[in-house]
Design a protein around this ligand. Sequence first.
Ligand code: SF4
Ligand code: SF4
Length: 258
Amino acid sequence: MAEGKPTLNLDSRLQFACHPGLPCFTHCCRDVNIYLTPFDVLRMRKKLGLSSREFLERYTVTLVGEGTGLPVVALKMDEERDKKCPFVTAQGCQIYDERPWACRMFPLDKYSEYEFGLLTDVSRCKGLAEPRELSVEDYLKEQGVLLYEEVEATFKLVSSSPRVLAQKIVNPRIVEMFYMACYDLDRFRRFVFESRFLEIFEIEPEEIARVKEDDLELLQLGFRWLQFGLVIGDALKIRDRVLEEAKKKQKAAGGGEG
Ligand code: SF4
Ligand code: SF4
């Protein structure tokens, strides 16, 4: 299988096993670009018992997405430990159960929903010569990758929306809102409950109660809010009262139909 080309599909066979007995064990956890998804950030900081702000400051760097202009969060390698991942030890990954999506995928690269390739080869990743074979689909299941597709479906719709890609976001306020809703969830929760958010948007009381307690619910609300602002206006419903007030203001300012 050639490196860097989408030569695999979900049914393809993958020969691979990773374990501490291999001479390359943990070598792939050094000097590597690991982009974190919103669900990664949520899981990792919970595992570490940190607030979203503490986690982001301590363990990440923020970059600008090439196509979208939106913020992208990457894991900060430890410069003082030869650019190793901050979570790697000689025994392996300290946060293995909550490791990021990119680490779950390795050694696979994803090109589209059904197309994959290999990120490395057997000269560097000895696991590719281990006597265990399974389908790509079973590997993804085993690694817990499919849950991400469920949790981040709306996020994917927003970040890959032709509308977002076409305009390339440059407004710093939108960039900040995106960062808050996707990654800095403690701040987003304060925003939801301490700003006019709940006065403006019609959200069922049951959902409000869930969002108060559950970060995953809060994340979903954040995705819908971004979808509302960046992609389609009916992802969240604005209260009738708010719409009427806005119409009145517009009229008073000389706009509208009259
Ligand atoms: S290089 Fe491959 S086999 Fe070696 S530790 Fe990394 S994933 Fe496992
Ligand atoms: S998070 Fe874990 S699996 Fe991923 S690079 Fe760091 S130590 Fe390795």
